[in-house]
Write a protein that binds this ligand. Structure first.
Ligand SMILES: Cc1ncc(COP(=O)(O)O)c(C=O)c1O
Length: 439
């Protein structure tokens, strides 16, 4: 009789094949092979059920495999998959551009270009800003993450694992501080904001003249950097500096966009309309798609033929993105997102009162995080404890991720559509993990 293959053997075999066939640099943190996914639940090949608080790093804000998105993808695939916009344009691209021009903040005429990934959108935003201003310099911030292509890797801050050994990097990129109130030496948020805004102003006066700076690129909430939220005062001050010096303000909303923060776009919290905004991740519910939307005169600065990419704006991905916007409106996901943020922050604050290792809880809407420390007074990062908590959660059916320079921040990106039942089950697993680590 043939011996029945167990799931452990099947996964072991698949893992061996993966190691032999796939570049090891393409890391996957959990090692859990997926069998199926729906809403906020994933099923592993191991037969286990997982509650998803990672959402594929923020690409599943409306939940896995929303039926409306699946249908839109199927319908479009039956019509045509990709004739390439550069050869024969198609309506879904145009319609999506119209919608993004309408939905993004800013009461001015806008235009949009579509590409494939977050990094590609950021690269194109820089091209537009340079062409428009005739300047070269780009200001980015400490801990920023803007992608992994050569230019965007130059904008990204963290050396290990992202940059080490990949230089030389692109020139004309300058890094300045971004408010991190929990770890700031300043007496108050206002003082920290003032110091940083002064540092930026001085930089433009004494180090690299504003006449040489084309753009400032900023994440409205730092993602990979540790879910760090700046103040309204800081963002408005930054906007003023940019406007004064003819510098294009680019908001990288690749992780913060699409209801992640309790608004459709995070910049809405700050009352600031960026000149250009980049989007991706949840925009097409996991289909490869990204966009640059912004002031028409900046988006139109490059001449015909200067922008593009053969696979960009794929109609199947556009159909998915259009249905995502419909779902957001029909299911009232902006309001749901704000509500979910409140529930999570409430749970985190209660946990902070109980467990010494929780140094800080912070977030904007349901883009929230817990920063772990060895000692609340010294704030020494508790990297190992964070790794233990994350591992415990995976083993117990909850997918979470860490972030931050020291990987001591637990970050949460659950689908905005998550049902309370799964939310509280997930939070209970998390609390159990924190409790064990706090001993
Ligand atoms: C804020 C931000 N910008 C850019 C990127 C890069 O996007 P992609 O991985 O699609 O190139 C990411 C990805 O995590 C991101 O979080």
């Amino acid at each position: 009789m043939k011996k029945k293959v167990t799931w452990r053997e099947k996964i072991g075999e698949l893992d061996d094949r993966k190691k032999k066939a796939v570049a090891r640099g393409v890391r996957n943190v959990t090692g859990i092979f997926v069998q199926s996914a729906e809403g906020s639940i994933m099923k592993g090949l191991d037969g286990n059920r997982y509650i998803d608080f990672a959402g594929g790093i923020g690409i599943q804000n409306i939940g896995h495999n929303h039926p409306k998105v699946v249908r839109a993808i199927q319908d479009q695939a039956e019509k045509y998959i990709h004739p390439s916009y550069h050869v024969t344009p198609f309506e879904p691209y145009v319609r999506l551009a119209e919608k993004l021009n309408e939905y993004t903040p800013g009461d001015f005429q806008k235009k949009t270009m579509l590409v494939n990934s977050g990094a590609e959108a950021n690269e194109n935003a820089i091209k537009m800003a340079r062409k428009y201003t005739g300047k070269r310099g780009i200001i980015v911030f400490d801990r920023a993450f803007h992608g992994r292509t050569l230019l965007t890797l130059s904008l990204t801050a963290k050396s290990v694992p992202f940059k080490k050994g990949f230089g030389p990097f692109a020139g004309d990129v300058y890094r300045l501080p971004y408010p991190y109130y929990y770890r700031s030496g300043a007496k108050s948020q206002a003082e920290e904001d003032c110091l940083i805004l002064k540092r930026i102003t001085d930089f433009l006066q004494f180090e690299v003249p504003a006449e040489d700076v084309a753009a400032v690129m900023i994440e409205p909430v730092q993602g990979e950097g540790g879910f760090i939220v700046p103040s309204v005062r800081f963002m408005q001050g930054l906007k003023e500096i940019c406007a004064k010096h003819h510098i294009v303000l680019i908001a990288d909303e690749i992780q913060t966009g699409y209801c992640r923060t309790g608004k459709l776009f995070a910049m809405e919290h700050f009352g600031v309309a960026p000149d250009l905004m980049t989007m991706s991740k949840s925009m097409a519910a996991g289909m490869p798609l990204s966009a640059v939307t912004g002031r028409a005169e900046i988006v139109d600065a490059p001449e015909p033929g200067q922008l593009g990419s053969t696979l960009a704006g794929n109609p199947v991905a556009c159909a998915a993105a259009l249905s995502v916007l419909d779902v957001i409106v029909e299911e009232n996901l902006v309001a749901k997102s704000a509500l979910l943020g409140g529930k999570i922050m409430n749970a985190f604050s209660k946990m902070q009162n109980k467990y010494e290792i929780i140094g800080d809880v912070r977030g904007l809407g349901p883009m929230c995080a817990i920063e772990l420390v060895k000692n609340r007074r010294t704030k020494e990062p508790a990297t190992e404890l964070a790794a233990n908590i994350v591992q415990y959660c995976w083993k117990n059916g909850l997918i979470i991720l860490s972030a931050g320079l020291y990987a001591n921040v637990l970050r949460f990106l659950p689908p905005v559509t998550i049902q309370d039942e799964y939310l509280y089950e997930g939070l209970a697993i998390l609390e159990e993990a924190v409790k064990k680590a706090d001993l």
